[in-house]
Design a protein around this ligand. Structure first.
Ligand code: SAH
Length: 394
């Protein structure tokens, strides 16, 4: 196995079990590893530190897997990690929910591997060369553990290009899923399109937050912005919302949302789905003098990295200012950020700034986070990406 020696002092983060070694930390590579090979990382004093996947294309030159020298990164090791991750989610599979994340990359010691369960199918994202190399082993272990009908690759993320591997999108094993397959979450049925839907097809990270928000929705008018396939919309309708308006710019999202309204036999006259740019639509509502009891803002990632933070902060601020202006007094704003670079304190500041600009006095009444199938290793704070605030307008 190739050994990679770190510069003096650079062992600290590895000893604290942070899973990334940046290229600038490497002192010497003893041998010529291929991208995706498992390498041994040592300190400047030649002490063993960890095993990890090497990649010379990425800013993260080694993605660490294992800190115990006596372990071998072989089929047994993958079986142990995969089975452990799957077992820890077992209780999430109930009669009401069969869509959730089984494997969450670094949080489950498999950097670059994301696996979502959607009823009888698995949707897989492979975002590192190391995982790409281990793909045959990983697929056979997933088949053995879960007996899915089919496994679909949704690795068309830009993250792959940072690792120097091309995008993939296709059937990896078994049967191809139908254009729309039905999954359940919180007792609500969703049609999802694994092959063409966004990300891996569904945003299962909002499961708990949808339910929490819906508990405030009875008899209320709700505006669900960036609705995608209707997660917040459907939960609010299920809890007896008076009317829900959903806005998304994607035609497929709106079409899927409408299918989901029908599928769950919700009253169509209570649901109004609009295909539009959210900023434009919010301004139009403001012009019309329209108001809502609850506004949900769940935008895509505005800050892909720290360097984009300033611009993202302004975009979040403008969006939230508009959202706040559409609320009745006593109304609630449920606002989210899935940008890892925006931490909860920064997000609170942005919302404070938005409230000031909107001329509204607000109280935070709840804080939202990511659900337990997206766990956060304390040694890897970067894994905490989803945060939100439930804010009451006074
Ligand atoms: N709330 C959703 C997930 C939102 S994902 C859920 O619970 O499932 C973000 C969504 O924002 C995507 O569906 C995307 O199509 C939409 N989107 C991105 N930019 C947009 C814009 N400018 N206006 C409207 N929708 C947008």
């Amino acid at each position: 196995m190739v050994e990679i020696k770190l510069k003096r002092g650079k062992e600290k983060a590895v000893l604290q079990r942070h899973p990334w070694v940046f290229s600038g930390a490497l002192e010497k590579i003893k041998g010529s590893p291929e991208n995706g090979d498992v390498v041994k990382v040592t300190s400047a004093n030649n002490d063993f530190l960890a095993y990890g996947y090497y990649n010379n294309q990425s800013r993260v030159a080694v993605r660490l897997l294992e800190w115990d020298e006596s372990q071998q990164i072989d089929e047994n090791w993958y079986a142990q990690k995969i089975n452990q991750a799957i077992a820890s989610r077992g209780h999430l599979n109930t009669k009401d929910t069969n869509a959730y994340r089984l494997i969450f990359s670094e949080a489950d010691f498999l950097p670059g591997l994301i696996v979502d369960q959607y009823a009888d199918f698995l949707s897989v994202q492979i975002l590192s060369t190391g995982i790409e190399k281990a793909k045959p082993i990983i697929i056979s272990l997933l088949v053995k553990a879960l007996q899915p009908k089919g496994i679909f690759d949704r690795s068309d993320a830009t993250a792959r290009t940072h690792e120097g591997i091309t995008a993939e999108n296709g059937l990896l094993w078994g049967e191809a899923p139908a254009a729309f397959i039905a999954v359940k979450e919180n007792g609500i049925t969703y049609h999802i399109n694994i092959a063409e839907g966004q990300k891996s097809g569904f945003y299962c990270d909002q499961r708990d937050n949808r339910r929490l928000l819906a508990s405030y929705a009875k008899g209320k008018t709700v505006l669900d912005c960036f609705s995608y396939s209707g997660g917040f919309t459907l939960n609010a309708l299920a809890e007896g919302a008076k009317a829900v308006t959903s806005v998304d710019s994607s035609a497929l999202a709106i079409e899927t949302l409408k299918q989901n309204i029908t599928l769950n036999k919700f009253e169509k006259k209570k649901a109004n789905a609009i295909q539009s740019d959210v900023n434009k639509q919010l301004r139009a509502f403001k012009e019309e003098g329209k108001k809502f009891d609850i506004v949900v803002l769940d935008p895509p990632k505005y800050a892909p990295s720290r360097s984009a933070l300033d611009r993202a902060a302004r975009a979040y601020k403008d969006l939230n200012r508009l959202g706040l202006l559409l609320l009745e007094s006593g109304g609630l704003l449920a606002t989210f950020s899935c940008s890892g670079a925006v931490d909860i304190e920064t997000f609170k500041q942005i919302i404070a700034w938005a409230a000031l600009d909107a001329g509204k006095e607000v109280q935070v009444i709840k804080q939202f986070s990511q659900p337990e199938d997206h766990p956060v290793r304390l040694s890897f704070p970067e894994g905490e990406y989803l945060k939100g605030l439930l804010v009451r307008v006074l």
